[in-house]
Design a protein around this ligand. Structure first.
Ligand code: FAD
Length: 320
């Protein structure tokens, strides 16, 4: 199978891709299949599967008595990614994160993925723990996505932790993308510093970038220009999220540190119901997609997050 990086590099048309989240602990994989089933008619070039660290929660073990336990609310990325690949025959990109993992645990995950011949990754630092005010690596873990890029590249070259060697029989080593932020990552001191961090990830082997969601295409275009000026010459895939509820109007800017453009805000201020917000969100996303396609972006990448039907409606209009 051709790598996602090569698909993106060589495409002459704007492709379509999307991200799914592993189901909540105890829920069935069928709900992911239902999401994917709704989107297969648009022939996704690849599907990404997110990874979620464990967090501390309090469980009531007896009435009034609570115990602090560490649990993963969405486990199963590797197995889900493989199941999707087998069922649909499309390239699947599991996310590999530093957050909540030691380097050794990551190495085991890379081994699992390698045995399964899953050779496309998105390499990320991952979200901080909900309990912490800043990102704290796990003991024996990594601080930045760039360090994880290095670990993957060392693994590709046959080097394991603690000086051991791996039999390198891979026909195709891991190839990977990384995250980029058209509106700057929240912790970066400024855009120039964030771009230097992104460039470092590319120098350490990243072959494409997937962006954080944005609602103002000009921010994406400016970001691409600045990346090119900085010498980052890999494909930069725009990440898109259609607004679907009134709640999104406050949660998305706060959670993802993004701003809505004035024209969109004016439309959203008129919305009284979730249906109103969804209608505005759908129209806005269609407009974004059409303009991005006019600029020959390599791919439209959707954060589906329970919005498969809305993404399908958007893609139907965009492709018509
Ligand atoms: P990094 O590239 O490590 O950057 C983090 C911050 O550190 C930035 O501010 C950067 O400028 C700075 N920095 C980097 N290197 C250095 C250095 N050497 N010195 C000083 N500063 C430095 N989160 C999840 O938990 N699971 C997922 O599956 C997931 N998928 C995502 C997919 C996409 C496309 C995107 C855009 C984000 C995703 N996230 C996910 C969220 C992401 O992990 C967070 O935004 C996280 O805070 C940063 O990750 P990163 O890989 O960009 O980190």
């Amino acid at each position: 199978m051709v790598s996602v990086a090569n698909i993106l590099k060589n495409t002459k048309e704007t492709l379509f891709s999307f991200e799914v989240l592993p189901p909540l602990r105890g829920k069935s994989i069928e709900q992911i299949y239902k999401t994917i089933d709704q989107l297969m008619e648009f022939k996704p070039a690849f599907i990404e599967v997110t990874t979620h660290r464990s967090d501390y929660t309090y469980k009531e073990i007896q009435p009034g008595q609570y115990k602090r336990v560490e649990e993963r609310l969405r486990p199963g990325t590797v197995a889900i990614a493989y199941a999707i690949k087998q069922k649909y025959g499309v390239p699947v990109v599991p996310h590999v994160i530093c957050s909540g993992y030691s380097q050794q645990e990551t190495e085991y995950e890379l081994m699992d993925l390698s045995f399964l011949d899953m050779k496309d990754l998105l390499v990320l630092r991952g979200d901080k723990s909900k309990q912490d005010s800043k990102f704290i690596p796990k003991e024996g873990g990594l601080r930045y996505a760039s360090e994880l890029c290095e670990q993957v590249s060392r693994f590709n070259a046959g080097h394991l932790l603690y000086g051991e060697q791996r039999e390198v029989a891979d026909e195709r080593p891991f190839s990977f993308g990384v995250a980029g932020y058209p509106e700057k990552h929240e912790e970066a001191m400024n855009m120039a510093a964030d771009l230097r961090a992104l460039k470092r990830k590319v120098e350490l082997g990243a072959q494409y970038v997937v962006t954080q969601m944005f609602f103002d295409n000009n921010k994406y275009f400016r970001f691409v220009d600045r990346c090119r000026e900085a010498g980052i010459d890999v494909p930069i895939v725009p990440g898109l999220k259609p607004l679907g509820t009134l709640n999104h109007l406050t949660t998305l800017p706060r959670t993802f540190r993004i701003e809505f453009p004035d024209e969109l805000v004016e439309k959203l201020e008129e919305c009284k119901t979730n249906e109103d917000a969804k209608a505005v969100g759908t129209e806005w996303c269609i407009k974004q997609c059409r303009e991005l396609m006019e600029h020959n972006v390599p791919c439209l990448h959707f954060y589906t997050m329970n919005a498969a039907a809305q993404v399908a409606e958007i893609m139907r209009k965009v492709r018509s």
